[in-house]
Design a protein around this ligand. Structure first.
Ligand code: F6P
Ligand code: MG
Length: 432
């Protein structure tokens, strides 16, 4: 079992870290190779040089897979061009530190910290593509991200309809506005159920979302949405959303952000994405662009068109903005932001509310530590307090904080896997 107050690691067979490196990620790697196999064959690709390069890439990916399953060493990176020089130096510095604390031996996949090793994997994959000639900006997960959004079309149409209907009325006040706030916040929260590293691209149906929201309230283990509403009462806030997954989740986040602007709760929303393909389905600038295009083409109806029109205006006018800072693909937890990315820490501190979406962001807030589950959220943040912080997370990994006494034990007795299915959720706020 993981050890209390220590970071999760695959050395603990009972941590989700273990099956992650044993089975889950090897399967993800296989799907990347499979995707190359399907698309880069003579019938589909005429350029022989490209096909040859794909063979080299596949070999490198296989080596990476082998290194993982045989608990090989995590070695320094050589990627030193552009923004990657900075990212690489952070990875390499951390490898050095881990080595030192390990009597000079390299960290290995199963023996080191899970968070570091999992970030290392996605950065290595990126390195393999980026150092090639023809695949520098290739995203091996792009197709699944698009397919899963298209497959969730029912839920997209339902939610688009609800938002358009909301926006046709005048902005309510008092408890009516609070109710709407909580509804759209829950859309954004439950949208996080749909990440592709766990679901393998399963579609989200409208029937299992909005109509069952009320029943799902009992699965929200901590719900600070009332206080979050309170924090934003002064209106015209600047809100930053640190995004998680592309596709259906991103759609829900955009809907929530639109509600925030329309209602006057926010005057600006800054979205934060990743510069490179990350944890399978995290939002890249391309994903952010593509969702707009899809809502105007393959997912088009009257409501999606209405929404995209206003969303494009928000972007043109700077009411919405997308930023992709290198820090989000560092292997660091967020308590290190003030030292590793002081400018970003300062900038985020000017925001009225930071909304952290998803499981990986939550792990980074917690330092991926196996906290005693009633440890307060504030304590578990270990000094990461740039401003008000709100976590919207469906629980997919074995780190958690702020649970009421007894809940952890009760859930353990009832459902052995409750921490890794995404069935349960948290709406946790640190008010600064
Ligand atoms: O914990 C399981 C896991 O797949 C991790 O690999 C990762 O932190 C996360 O869930 C991905 O989920 P999300 O997209 O919600 O961050
Ligand atoms: Mg994700």
């Amino acid at each position: 079992s993981p050890i209390l107050n220590q970071p999760l690691s695959a050395k603990y067979v009972k941590s989700f870290a273990y099956p992650t490196f044993k089975e889950r990620i090897p399967k993800i790697i296989d799907s990347v190779i499979e995707c190359l196999n399907i698309n880069y064959v003579k019938e589909k690709c005429e350029d022989e040089a490209v096909i040859q390069e794909v063979e080299i890439i596949k070999q490198k990916i296989l080596n990476l897979r082998n290194s993982m399953v045989s608990d090989g060493d995590l070695l320094p990176f050589n990627l030193n061009s552009g923004i990657f020089a900075q990212i690489t130096s952070v990875y390499n510095k951390m490898i050095e530190q881990l080595k030192k604390s390990n009597n000079g031996s390299s960290p290995t996949w199963f023996q080191t910290e899970w968070l570091f090793a999992e970030c290392y994997l996605y950065y290595r994959l990126h390195e393999i593509f980026y150092t090639s000639n023809t695949f520098k900006h290739y995203d091996p997960f792009l197709a699944v991200k698009i397919d899963s959004l298209l497959a969730s079309n029912d839920a997209v149409y339902t939610l688009a309809g609800l938002l358009v209907e909301t926006k046709e009325k005048t902005v309510p006040t008092g408890s009516k506005l609070e109710e709407l706030f909580k509804f759209y916040l829950k859309c954004s929260l439950w949208g996080n159920k749909s990440d592709l590293s766990l679901s393998n691209g399963k579609a989200v149906g409208a029937e299992d979302t909005f109509s069952t929201f009320n029943e799902m309230d009992s699965e929200i283990l901590v719900n600070d949405s009332r206080i979050a509403y309170d924090v934003l009462k002064k209106k015209d806030n600047t809100i930053d959303i640190i995004l998680d997954n592309a596709g259906y989740e991103l759609f829900n986040d955009l809907v929530f952000a639109d509600f925030l602007i329309w209602s006057g709760i926010a005057k600006t929303v800054v979205f934060h994405g990743k510069n490179i393909p990350w944890f399978v389905s995290d939002v890249t600038p391309t994903d952010f662009k593509i969702i707009f295009d899809l809502l105007e083409t393959k997912l088009k109806n009257e409501n999606t068109l209405t929404l995209v029109n206003s969303w494009r205006e928000y972007l043109d006018e700077g009411v919405w903005e997308l930023k992709c800072e290198p820090f989000w693909t560092y292997p660091c937890d967020f308590s290190k932001m003030s030292s590793e990315a002081p400018e970003l820490y300062k900038k985020l501190g000017l925001s009225d509310l930071l909304i952290f979406k998803g499981d990986l962001n939550y792990r980074k807030l917690m330092g991926d530590i196996f906290w005693e589950p009633t440890t307060s959220f504030k304590f578990a943040l270990r000094g990461f307090e740039p401003t008000n912080v709100l976590a919207l997370r469906t629980v997919k990994a074995d780190t958690i904080s702020g649970l009421p006494k007894g809940v952890f034990e009760e859930l353990n007795a009832k459902e052995a896997n409750w921490m890794i299915t995404g069935k349960y959720a948290l709406i946790q706020l640190l008010r600064k």
